[in-house]
Write a protein that binds this ligand. Structure first.
Ligand code: FAD
Length: 496
């Protein structure tokens, strides 16, 4: 129906999608960006754009009628509750054996994530992206990504004095007493804003428990970084509440078919656009699902056999510890994590001290660990059900649990403490049913060439976390951003 051919169409508006759209637009290319989630720029009835973690509402979850909180229980009691079905911000997407949490909206995962912005240690880069030249990444693209994203470190003096990081100081003390290396974890949160929150001079965000369902003030999500620059180019059209369902060859490029959604998830229109070049940046899960379906159903039959392979969970596992009464972790906890235990070299685990912003003293220490795990799953097309499956096995988390236990068993022994068993169910110690860090499914130099060009078709590219084969040794978004910066530069130079 559309006579005009779009020069470049980007599917998804997370890190990979935003880097792609910005650099193409700056090079003079008109871009159409398609995003299945909402634009998140209009306040709700409470005057806030985003809901708080303590009071989830319809804005909090993607098309669910009941919340599915990562910490499902507290003191043994289930805390999930009914909510109206809505195109909310956090998707808890369930596959057999694992729930994958993802952001939905213009800005992708940057809307919901903890803002931890970590560059992998260079000596481990070979296990992250073995085909990518580390010199160019560490000299050019990691610095570029860190600068664009606004990554900084907390002021150590403020860390040492503010009640809001009591929980992280307890985490540091326990790590150091057991001989584990403690590190500050860089973040994209505006630390000056957080200091003003603590002083009571600005509306609170990190100090009001905002994180999982969006952050109203201090976090520099993509809305405040790449997307601002994207808008300033005047060359990028963004279509929120549009979900791409098909990409197929056409004269002049590819026909991209999409469904326009209403806020209860209903399809109000089906549209198609012809694009000369199409960039898949729907996230590891979104891109892998699309490519697996399109290959299997004959829309893009020449994609190679690596499509849907090499998916990993970045070794995510969560656990809580119960401290003694002389180690309170604070009723006020900043929702922005900024401390960690780097035990990768010795034990294959990077454990972040995470907040439990409940508003009451819990005497709990809570950790999200990223661990080295060999397990990789694959996506496949389930023709009978008309959907894409992932063959992850819950038992594959045991390697991750063991890596985390090598830290926390030792700390518990030293401190005379025990694990919490009330956070993920009744008598369930390990949060081993989920990941925040889906990676892989269209791995670089396998499903694509060494710059993200899909094998089998010219003018189709992968630009997101699906390029990374399952593990980044730290939190992934800086690496996703840096890799996209590297690849898009090459693509603009050679393919346009
Ligand atoms: P995404 O950011 O997932 O963007 C993909 C976008 O595509 C989404 O907006 C999605 O709605 C859209 N999309 C999907 N399918 C379609 C379709 N068919 N049509 C149109 N649009 C589509 N990482 C860190 O580094 N540090 C952290 O502190 C951190 N904390 C996290 C906390 C949580 C709760 C979660 C869920 C994630 C966290 N992450 C963190 C992970 C990080 O957010 C992701 O790794 C990152 O967002 C992935 O970037 P991406 O570009 O690959 O895809």
């Amino acid at each position: 129906s559309d006579a005009a051919v779009v020069p470049a169409l980007v599917i998804g508006s997370g890190y990979g999608g935003c880097v792609t759209a910005l650099r193409l637009a700056q090079a003079g290319v008109d871009v159409h960006m398609i995003e299945m989630g909402m634009s998140w720029d209009t306040p709700g009835p409470d005057g806030k754009i985003f809901a708080n973690t303590t009071t989830p509402d319809q804005r909090s979850f993607w098309l669910r009628t009941r919340t599915k909180q990562p910490l499902s229980n507290f003191l043994g009691f289930p805390i999930d509750k009914d909510i109206p079905k809505y195109t909310g911000i956090l998707d808890a997407e369930e596959f057999s054996g694992i729930t994958v949490y993802q952001g939905r909206g213009v800005g992708g995962g940057s809307l919901v994530n903890g803002g931890m912005a970590v560059t992998p240690r260079r000596e481990f880069f070979g296990e992250v992206l073995p085909s990518v030249n580390p010199d160019e990444m560490y000299n050019v693209y990691y610095p570029r990504a860190n600068a664009e994203l606004g990554v900084t470190l907390i002021d150590p003096a403020w860390f040492d004095s503010t009640p809001a990081y009591q929980y992280a100081r307890v985490g540091r003390k326990h790590a150091q007493r057991s001989g584990f290396p403690f590190v500050y974890v860089p973040n994209v949160y505006d630390w000056n804003y957080m200091k003003q929150e603590a002083d009571g001079t600005v509306p609170k965000s990190a100090l009001a428990g905002e994180i999982l369902y969006g952050n109203n003030y201090g976090k520099k999500s993509l809305q405040k970084t790449y997307l601002q620059k994207i808008r300033a180019t005047g060359r990028v059209t963004i279509s929120p509440l549009h979900r791409v369902t098909s990409v197929t060859p056409a004269s002049g490029g590819y026909t991209v078919t999409m469904e326009e959604l209403n806020t209860t998830g209903g399809v109000v229109a089906t549209k198609s656009v012809t694009a000369a070049k199409v960039f898949f940046a729907a996230g590891s899960i979104g891109t892998s699902k699309l490519l697996t379906k399109l290959k299997s159903t004959g829309a893009l039959p020449n994609l190679n056999g690596e499509i849907g392979q090499g998916w990993g969970d970045n070794g995510n596992v969560m656990v809580g510890r119960a401290n003694h009464l002389w180690d309170p972790t604070g009723a006020l906890q900043s929702s922005i994590p900024t401390a960690g235990i780097d035990n990768w070299a010795a034990g294959g685990a990077f454990a972040e001290v995470a907040p439990l912003p409940t508003g009451i003293e819990t005497y709990a220490s809570f950790y999200l660990s990223i661990t080295r795990t060999p397990s990789r799953a694959q996506f496949s097309w389930n023709a009978a059900a008309g959907k894409v499956d992932l063959n992850w096995q819950t038992a594959w988390k045991q390697t991750s649990i063991n890596a985390a236990k090598s830290i926390f068993d030792k700390i518990n022994a030293k401190e005379g403490t025990i694990y919490r068993t009330d956070l993920f169910g009744v008598y369930k110690t390990w949060g081993d049913h989920l990941t925040y860090h889906p990676l892989g499914g269209a791995v670089i130099n396998k499903a694509t060439d060494n710059y993200g060009r899909l094998h089998g078709y010219s003018g189709l590219y992968v630009m997101d976390g699906s390029l990374i084969p399952g593990l980044t040794t730290v939190n992934p978004f800086v690496t996703i951003t840096a890799l996209a910066e590297r690849n898009v530069e090459k693509i603009i130079a050679n393919d346009f």
